[in-house]
Design a protein. Structure first.
Length: 200
């Protein structure tokens, strides 16, 4: 089995790439989805309530927008949130990988993690794939999603610059053109990954 870490920066299109890999037959684990599930757990909610106060909606669920507006303005608060969430995410990813390995030892497992490099968890993978788009394109895509330029920049700059991330990547997928071109790029990478598994 091949364990691959898939990352990028906000607005580079890593979720789209993850979806294409999944359609091609890879097992894709989305760390963001794990985070969503964790934020509904009572023990996690309690830790967040103690640390961040009232960041809950009328149904008692964590309001991600409210929480986001706090952590993206304060690096210390961001670190605090990560110390609550990241160990649990890593535990769940490991559990899922083991499950897949039992079922399909020849499989290609792709774990989509936004902060793969920042957290140092890139070391857990055989290969690191980075989805790349320059900053101006990231801003343009985030603005289309309804962010102001200032909000977009704050989110982009809260992560390691995309050009720094390139240094950690074994494979870079450029997402600077249309979807068709991106699909071709991902397919070509996936074929190489399958070959690599077969040679093991």
């Amino acid at each position: 089995m091949l364990k691959i870490g898939l990352t990028g920066s906000i607005g580079t299109g890593k979720s789209t790439v993850g979806k294409i890999f999944s359609e091609l037959g890879a097992y894709v684990i989305d760390a963001d989805k794990i985070v969503h599930a964790l934020l509904r757990r009572e023990d996690i909610k309690e830790k967040i309530r103690k640390e961040f106060g009232d960041v809950f909606d009328s149904k008692g669920e964590i309001d991600r927008k409210k929480l986001g507006s706090i952590v993206f303005k304060d690096p210390e608060k961001k670190r605090k949130l990560e110390s609550i969430i990241h160990p649990e995410v890593r535990k769940e990813i490991k559990r899922r990988i083991k499950e897949i390995e039992k079922k399909d030892p020849e499989g290609v497992v792709i774990v989509e993690v936004p902060l793969l490099i920042e957290t140092g968890s890139y070391r857990d993978y055989d290969i690191v794939i980075l989805v790349y788009a320059p900053e101006e394109l990231q801003i343009e895509r985030l603005r289309k999603k309804g962010f102001t330029e200032e909000e977009a920049l704050r989110r982009i700059r809260s992560q390691l610059p995309i050009d720094e991330k390139v240094k950690y990547a074994d494979i870079v997928i450029y997402n600077t053109e249309d979807l068709e071109k991106l699909e071709q790029n991902v397919k070509s990478v996936y074929e190489k990954l399958k070959e690599r598994v077969e040679k093991r």
